[in-house]
Design a protein around this ligand. Structure first.
Ligand code: ARG
Length: 460
């Protein structure tokens, strides 16, 4: 069995360990359907070009159909001795249909074959991922829409800064995830090009029609340069970069969910089905899903670095190094898909505790900026009003009072410009309502943002 497809050149068979060491079939069999799809297109094109007889093409198509079914049903026997998915399938084809199987590889190399397979595989993977991502977008819009006027502290430096609405915070997540989707679709567009016909590296002397296979495989256009076509994996790197950015976003959201579901914040209720208990501490309800997603972001960033390092300094064209692209790439696809899926299920089920959030916003002097802006409107320079409010906050800290809990007379001790209308801006509701412009936190702006986003999502 060993060296079946290139045996002619060799006088001894491959070392048993080397055979295992160099094989990729354990992991590249995931691309079997794409490999068959590529072979179908190649064989049909060779038939139309007059390189293969109609009979051979028909036999090849029939054989590939059978193999596709065997693989789908788990009946196909993969052999390490045949190294990779490509040679396993080709050998099975030849076992089934005889010499016509040996003619399939005319005008082709595993180098353009594998470049084609990976592109097809990532293309369909992106489609599945974007589907989950869009489910998550829907979930975020639903959550934001239900809570456009729930007030919480907004943070900088994880210190209470200014009051915001929970819906506004969720819509910030939404924007991050939207850009991730855009990036993935741009990556899809750039990778959707056909390397087939580049053969080993220089093209082929057979009268092939690259446009024909390009069309058949749903690629947008052919890759212009044969050397580039077989050698670059920049599309895989780009996908992993996009995935790493998306996972970074998910890790940030996860971190907030972990913090917020702690007893110390107590801002949200995560449904039990996304949490687990402790085997020793009966009181525990651990936010496992966000914690795991946060953790998994690390491996995806690692895969990106793996692929960059794999490609760095590689001379043209194909090098066996490139076989190492698959495991990081596949794991990135799986991880991103699963994390988005879990998030799409979990996010719309989050219950904010509006009373706790409101109280937290009150305790943190989150309307101090509103008071400063108020004094500016009454004629004070901003730096002076900042100073005045700073003093009021210091006294509030000392007495355990929020600014809105001072009496008018007490407030007037800090500045005689303060009048009874000050309480309109010192309330949390007044504060958020006053940020009433596109992208601001006012409930009606958040509601409008949700409407705009939903319309955009429907047309995506
Ligand atoms: N298994 C190989 C890979 O994943 C297929 C291409 C092999 N080409 C070669 N010239 N050895 O990259």
């Amino acid at each position: 069995m060993s060296n079946l497809l290139w045996g002619g050149r060799f006088t001894e068979s491959t070392d048993a360990f080397v055979q295992e060491f160099t094989a990729s079939v354990q992991f590249d069999q995931r691309m079997a359907q794409q490999d068959i799809e590529g072979s179908r297109a190649h064989a049909s094109m060779l038939g139309r070009a007059g390189v293969l007889s109609a009979g051979d093409v028909a036999d090849i198509q029939r054989g590939l159909d059978e193999i596709a079914t065997e693989i789908a049903e788990g009946r196909f026997e993969w052999s390490i001795a045949l190294e990779d998915v490509h040679m396993n399938i080709e050998a099975a084809l030849t076992r089934k249909i005889g010499d016509a199987g040996k003619r399939l590889h005319t005008g082709r190399s595993r180098n353009d074959q594998v470049a084609t397979d990976i592109r097809l595989y990532v293309r369909s993977g992106i489609d599945d991922i974007v589907q989950q991502l869009n489910r998550l977008r829907h979930g975020m819009l639903d959550l934001a829409e239900r809570h456009t006027d729930v007030i919480m502290p907004g943070f900088t430096h994880l210190q209470t800064a200014q009051p915001v609405t929970f819906g506004h915070h969720v819509m910030a997540w939404y924007e991050m995830i939207c850009r991730d989707g855009e990036r993935l679709l741009e990556c899809r567009r750039r990778l959707n090009r056909s390397p087939l016909g580049a053969a080993a590296l220089a093209g082929t002397s057979y009268p092939i029609d690259r446009e024909d296979t390009c069309r058949a495989l749903g690629f947008e256009k052919v890759i212009e340069n044969s050397l580039d076509a077989v050698s670059d994996r920049d599309f895989a790197i780009e996908f992993c970069a996009d995935a790493a950015i998306c996972m970074t976003h998910l890790s940030r959201i996860s971190e907030e969910l972990v913090l917020w579901s702690s007893a110390q914040f107590d801002f949200i209720q995560l449904p039990d089905r996304f949490c687990t208990g402790s085997s020793i501490m009966p009181q525990k309800k651990n936010p496992d899903v966000p914690e795991l997603v946060r953790g998994k972001s690390g491996r995806v960033v690692g895969h990106l670095v793996s692929l960059l390092t794999l490609m760095k300094s590689q001379p043209l064209t194909y090098n066996k190094d490139n076989q190492e692209d698959k495991e990081p790439l596949f794991d990135t696809m799986d991880t991103l898909f699963n994390c988005l899926r879990a998030f799409a299920d979990m996010i719309p089920a989050i219950e904010p505790k509006s009373d706790v959030m409101l109280e937290a916003a009150r305790r943190g002097f989150s309307t101090a900026t509103d008071l400063a802006d108020y004094l500016v409107r009454k004629g004070l320079a901003f730096r002076d009003s900042h100073e005045v409010v700073g003093k009021a906050v210091a006294e509030g800290v000392e007495r355990g009072l929020d600014l809105s809990e001072f009496t008018l007379a007490e407030l007037q001790q800090f500045s005689d410009r303060i009048e009874s209308d000050v309480f309109d801006v010192l309330t949390l509701e007044g504060s958020v309502a006053s940020r009433d412009h596109i992208g601001g936190t006012a409930p009606q702006q958040v509601a409008a943002a949700v409407v705009r986003a939903r319309a955009a999502l429907e047309t995506d």
